[in-house]
Design a protein around this ligand. Structure first.
Ligand code: AMP
Ligand code: FE
Ligand code: FE
Ligand code: ZN
Length: 294
């Protein structure tokens, strides 16, 4: 194993390893992700749409054409003892049956649950399942979720922006909310590992997503099972959480990554606002099952 030094401070140049496109709840295409990354002088990006690989091919084509290095990944919806957890699976073999089944199951569950939420909301607001589907850019290839409900509420004039809708009736605290049945974090670590990929907990310190965060013990158990790293540099992690996460990362020799969680116009997050250093990306590529593009 090569020597990996856990970074202590956020890098000022490097890669954005957390980016969404129209294949989930981002508003820009994979080609627009690549062109914006080039404009901003990023060393490379990872495409990480929710629970799918549907955008990979378009991202690969654009990255090759632009000469921009690309990692391929997915932000995977999971659950750990009542805590909703997002995990970044990177550089795994997309042909692996267990992981593609896991995504298919989650997308189906998301669809059922999102339809049920829309049915509840439609009793009080001028939206319908059809008006939500109007907000979905790649049809059946897009992973559907609450952001598309939010966009339908904006289109209906109920809210001015997607973020306003999330502060209102689309929130996880609203009476209309229904959670997505998800695989456990343990299942996700196993599936990504079996598919030869690298698995990282996304925004582990983000209290706006959960009343309760993963405890040190919960994180440590995942490390024992094969977790590779923690996304420390993310706008959702406050300073004291970054300190806590870095301490665990140092102790357990974890990879430390950063990403913007870019959603195009769907969130204020700017592409490249948080970065991963080149040495960490090299280690991810070394551990992964598929080559880096470019
Ligand atoms: P879901 O997975 O369907 O429950 O929807 C959650 C998704 O909504 C997350 O992946 C976020 O990207 C997005 N989201 C959460 N909060 C906000 C917000 N305040 N503004 C815009 N998008 C948000
Ligand atoms: Fe999202
Ligand atoms: Fe997330
Ligand atoms: Zn994300």
């Amino acid at each position: 194993m090569t020597h990996y030094e856990t970074p202590a401070v956020p890098p000022r140049a490097g890669w954005d390893l957390h980016c969404h496109t129209v294949f989930s709840d981002g508003t820009r295409t994979p080609a627009q992700l690549v062109s914006e990354a080039v404009e901003r002088g990023l060393h490379g990006v990872a495409i990480t749409d929710h629970d799918t690989t549907a955008g990979w091919e378009a991202a690969e084509d654009a990255a090759r054409a632009a000469g921009l290095p690309l990692l391929r990944g997915t932000e995977i919806t999971a659950e750990d003892d009542g805590v909703s957890v997002h995990m970044l699976g990177l550089q795994y073999d997309p042909r692996n049956v267990r992981i593609s089944q896991l995504f298919a199951t989650t997308r189906e569950a998301r669809l059922t649950r999102t339809k049920r939420m829309v049915a509840r909301l439609a009793e009080d607001f001028p939206i319908s399942w059809e008006s939500v589907l109007d907000q979905v850019k790649e049809g059946g290839r897009t992973t559907i979720g609450r952001p598309h409900i939010a966009d339908a509420l904006v289109a209906a004039g109920v809210y001015a922006t997607r973020s306003d809708a999330f502060a209102g009736v689309v929130s996880a605290r609203s009476k209309y909310y229904i959670p997505t049945p998800s695989p456990t974090t343990h299942e996700v670590v196993r599936a990504v590992g079996e598919a030869g990929g690298v698995v990282i907990i996304a925004h582990p310190g983000d209290l706006s997503r959960n009343r309760r965060l993963l405890s040190d013990a919960q994180i440590e158990r995942l490390v024992d099972e094969g977790l590779d790293g923690l996304e420390v540099w993310h706008r959702g992690n406050p300073p004291e959480q970054r300190e806590r996460l870095l301490a665990i990362a140092r102790e357990r020799h974890l990879l430390v990554t950063g990403g913007s969680d870019w959603h195009g116009a769907g969130k204020p997050n700017e592409l490249g606002e948080n970065l991963t250093d080149d040495a960490t990306v090299r280690e991810i590529v070394r551990r992964g099952a598929i080559p880096m593009i470019g």
